[in-house]
Design a protein around this ligand. Structure first.
Ligand code: ME8
Length: 673
């Protein structure tokens, strides 16, 4: 748990909400933030409404993809995921995500739970052993049949190459649950939302027929072993989906209290690409386990960047950190949930963010609060006056303000966050219009209008107070700051959702207190440039850290590879290698890596630059003038930012390194064969 919890007020029963458990195979971006922020708002809102909430998030740490990624960094998978998970927790902490449980699939409680689930399904006859031959997409950890693949054997989800695999495997009898699932969809329409996704699941997957699902792998070992057959690891999706109940103690405890209390989940939240796993495989698993199914599975849309889904592999990533640093978490949360219709795809651009920031936050809300507080200070010595002389326009504002809470409640229940915020902003905009209509600055000039002026100021303060309650789950800091400026900081702990349904809640003689602008107005053009630069600098920093780790690994690999026997090659293979005699003309230390030297080699008429990992064995001075053997046709790469055209040959033994040379005086550029 990374944040102080809101107090549970009263008890309306339990509410269990989950995000997907994210792959720690790269740094999380705005897309992951979107689902987690939505779940956080829902959790805070339900706590506010008096529910006993459990909010689960976590990480999906097993599988071929993670194992391969860890290897690329030269790390053991567990050490690799440990550092990634620490970073993920840091992001959630900086965003004040109020999760209750963070499950890691490497947690003992989870491993034990998954093995118990596998065993239970096997004992029941719903898991059996056979041989799998088919296609596998490693990035998606998904099995596909030949007919499901796109042209060129590409995965229909991520459009990358799938590979053919053939291995002994365990299978889950998914086909057995086809009819029960179709029936369940009919009886429980909320099992897959929005409606369009449900139709897609029914028409594209369920009705055409389900095939049994391969649920174990033998070609790698980073996973939970099948309890009775340890050469198999459990398929990562069966492992991952189980987290929703293992996190509550299912399968690892005799009588799991949390499971009994919170399951079935009220909402599983995710984006559309993994709805299939959650509305077909997961319910079928639960049916087989004879457990209740989740009440609601909601697949929101993708945040797109240009035409594409933001994704690590495409490199078109926007990270939340620069936005948080520059504009605060409330602004980012507001933008994500207000801009994109929850359920549909939406395009992320900095311009959209900055425009919304200026129009909705700085102009509409920020201005309303600062104008109102300033007027109360100026016209009534900072004391909030009581309402006295009313006019019809007052009722219009009041009726709108006090009727919004019920609408917002219903909209959040339906996960229509964008619409809930729009309803709240109707009060904000109506209040600004009310100021223009009632012209307090004119009223203030006429002593006989004092009662009228008092009423206007009072109604404005009451409306703003209501807004501060309604936005609390979305924007906690802004809500608290508004209440502080209204002089309600003591009342703020006791202001409840019900208080958003009435006026006359501000105690007599409350003293307002002008504070900082809630959201400073931005100069759009200048800000757009700075934001773009900040995003780019941040993305570069992430890339640099990643590349540096991988390059270190490449250097390590060179050393270990040297001692391993290699596969046989032909003379033709050897002929592809273009080795030359070369002379070191210059040598210096690499500016960014202690183990590397940058050499300038004379090779015939040409000078070639090579970065070599020999700094522990040679000083730059002793290399100058040496004759070496140079591999000329190796593809050039950058090592820590410095171009390297080929490599020089060295032998290694007894922890020492010796450079290859020739035993006669031959001119540089001579061929080696
Ligand atoms: O799929 N737009 O993990 P994952 C909107 N481990 N949401 C996005 C997004 C985008 N561009 N990119 C990511 C996995 N997301 C599995 C889940 S659950 C038992 C196992 C969010 O790290 C969205 O919620 O690939 C999406 O479903 C999830 O991150 C995928 O996260």
């Amino acid at each position: 748990m990374c944040q102080e919890k809101q107090k549970t007020k009263g008890n309306k029963g339990t509410f269990y909400i989950t995000t997907p458990i994210y792959y720690p195979s790269g740094k999380l971006h705005i897309g992951h933030t979107y689902t987690t922020v939505a779940s956080d708002v829902m959790s805070r809102f339900k706590r506010e409404m008096g529910y006993d909430v459990k909010f689960l998030t976590g990480t999906d740490e097993h599988g071929e993809k993670i194992q391969t990624t860890a290897k690329a960094y030269g790390m053991e998978p567990k050490a690799y995921v440990d550092q990634m998970v620490a970073d993920i927790k840091k992001i959630w902490e900086s965003m004040e995500i109020s999760y209750d449980i963070f499950i890691r699939t490497t947690d003992e409680i989870h491993k034990k739970g998954v093995q118990a689930i596998f065993q239970q399904l096997y004992d029941k006859g719903d898991i059996y052993k056979d041989e799998y031959e088919g296609w596998y997409c490693t990035p998606c950890e998904s099995f596909w049949t030949e007919t499901q693949l796109e042209e060129g054997h590409k995965c229909p989800d991520c459009h990358r190459e799938a590979h053919l695999t053939r291995e002994e495997a365990y299978f889950f009898r998914l086909s057995k649950y086809q009819d029960p699932l179709i029936q369940y969809y009919e009886d429980h329409p909320e099992i897959c939302l929005p409606e369009s996704r449900k139709r897609e699941m029914l028409n594209n997957f369920l009705k055409p027929g389900l095939e049994d699902l391969c649920v174990s792998r033998t070609s790698f070992d980073w996973g939970i072993p099948v309890p009775f057959d340890e050469k198999h690891v459990i398929y990562v999706w069966l492992d991952a989906l189980s987290n929703y109940i293992t996190a509550l103690g299912y399968g690892s405890q005799e009588n799991p209290e949390l499971y009994n209390q919170y399951w079935p989940a009220d909402v599983h939240l995710m984006a559309k690409e993994i709805v299939r796993f959650h509305t077909i495989i997961w319910p079928a698993m639960l049916m087989a386990l004879e457990l209740p199914l989740p009440k609601k599975v909601f697949g929101h849309g993708w945040i797109l960047f240009g035409e594409d889904k933001m994704s690590k592999s495409k490199g078109n990533i926007v990270y939340p950190e620069p936005f948080i640093q520059r504009y605060g978490i409330d602004a980012l949360k507001y933008f994500l949930l207000r801009e994109f219709t929850f359920g549909q795809d939406g395009n992320f651009t900095n311009t959209l963010f900055l425009q919304r920031y200026n129009s909705d936050l700085a102009n509409d809300l920020g201005n309303l609060v600062s104008r109102t507080v300033a007027m109360i200070e100026q016209y009534n010595e900072g004391i909030l006056p009581a309402a006295k002389a009313k006019e019809p326009v007052d009722d219009e504002l009041k009726n709108l303000a006090i009727s919004t809470a019920d609408q917002v409640e219903a909209l959040i229940d339906e996960l229509q966050f964008h619409e809930a915020l729009e309803q709240i902003w109707k009060i904000v905009r109506r209040s600004n219009k009310y100021i223009d209509e009632t012209t307090p600055w004119i009223l203030s000039k006429d002593e006989s209008q004092k009662d009228r002026l008092d009423t206007v100021l009072n109604y404005l303060a009451e409306s703003i107070r209501i807004v501060s309650i309604l936005i609390k789950s979305f924007m906690g800091h802004t809500s608290a700051e508004i209440q502080k400026q209204l002089g309600l900081q003591d009342a703020s702990t006791s202001l409840t959702w019900e208080d958003a349904k009435t006026f006359d809640k501000i105690p007599a003689d409350t003293k307002v207190k002008k504070g900082e602008a809630l959201f400073k107005r931005l100069k759009l053009e200048q800000e757009a440039k700075e934001l773009a630069a900040a995003n780019e600098a941040y993305a570069r920093k992430i890339l640099k850290v990643t590349d540096a780790k991988k390059e270190d690994k490449k250097e390590d690999n060179k050393e270990t590879a040297a001692s391993e026997p290699k596969e046989e090659i032909t003379i033709d293979d050897f002929a592809k290698i273009d080795l030359k005699v070369a002379v070191v003309k210059e040598a210096e230390k690499h500016p960014k890596a202690d183990r590397l030297l940058v050499l300038q080699l004379q090779v015939g008429d040409e000078i070639r630059q090579v970065v070599s990992g020999i700094a522990q064995d040679y000083t730059p001075e002793e290399l100058v003038g040496k004759t070496v053997i140079y591999l000329q046709n190796l593809k050039p790469i950058k090592l820590r930012g410095v171009k390297s055209q080929g490599m020089i040959m060295a032998a290694e033994g007894d922890g020492k390194l010796g450079l290859l040379t020739v035993d006669k005086d031959l001119p540089d550029g001579s061929s080696v064969s």
